[in-house]
Design a protein around this ligand. Sequence first.
Ligand code: MRU
Length: 348
Amino acid sequence: MIIPVKWSDEGVLMLDQRLLPTEEKWLVLKTYNDVADGIRDMVVRGAPAIGVSAAYGMALGARQFVGMDVADLEDELDFVGDALATTRPTAVNLFWAIDRMKRTFQTAKSEGKSVSEIKGILLEDAKAIHDEDIEAQRLIADFGGALIDDNATVLTHCNAGALATGGVWGTALGVIRGAVNQGKTIAVIADETRPYLQGARLTAWELDQDNIPVTLITDNMSGHMMKKGKVQAVVVGSDRIAANGDVANKIGTYMVAVLAKRHGIPFYVAAPLSTVDMNCPTGDDIPIEERDIREVTHVKDIQLAPEGISVSNYAFDVTPNDLVTAIITEKGVARAPYTESLRKQFED
Ligand code: MRU
């Protein structure tokens, strides 16, 4: 069972995903700045895992506070929240978790709690965010697993597994685990996911640990595999889903969705409601992270491209909602028109 982020009395423990699959090393992050660096530097990655980490970062920030005045703690939490919020722009779970922790603070303050009581309340809420995330993935696994046929081969892009969430299930890999738990025979095709190779390094590793058959392909092989009838469904996760069902996910997801449509293959998105941003009307409103061009020009220290060449490194793209067969959340399966079906899920 993979749980990539944990709380301990020493601080936040993170499995260093930069080193996988060749090394399994845990880091102890003792300050909220360490947690912010951990998110920025991809020690932890994947939208729900980033959200859980940010919640623990807020709890850590409160624990580091030495004063006795609740108003000063409030100022400090604003500061901590800002530090965490500047790490990565696309995954909305980050901002969702920071906002929820701030709301929890406000409730505790309005109830007249002391600084030390509030520190305890914030830690409890961070743990609750973590537990709720795992429970959401379990429900996604149940709902999503039912959509996958027995003997299907499922293609996935990036890593939307236990590593990318609070743990255990994952979103896209949760759907696959759910189908397997339902007694189905499932095989997986994992795109390697250039340039950061989350598919090759993380998805392949995770599925191998669970003995779920996985075949790794380069990103440019998926069209060929679909044309040959080797893919029965595509399942991916998301970093942010707009209110109209447009889906931001790892760069290359849009390309896979277009190919799936061309070949009549269902394209499913699995994500908890903490990934759905009802304040973002469409995908055009989602900020897309651009990362260091060295991720494209190099693999580790090996230079692949000419020195000084112009490079783009967009980390995410947006798949328009008309390419999405269904969005699977902990509340069930949403279908088009998503503006209504997603809103209804928040109301249920
Ligand atoms: O840059 P990353 O590795 O954080 O990107 C991760 C993804 O794009 C995942 O598919 C997404 O966060 C969903 S994780 C359940």
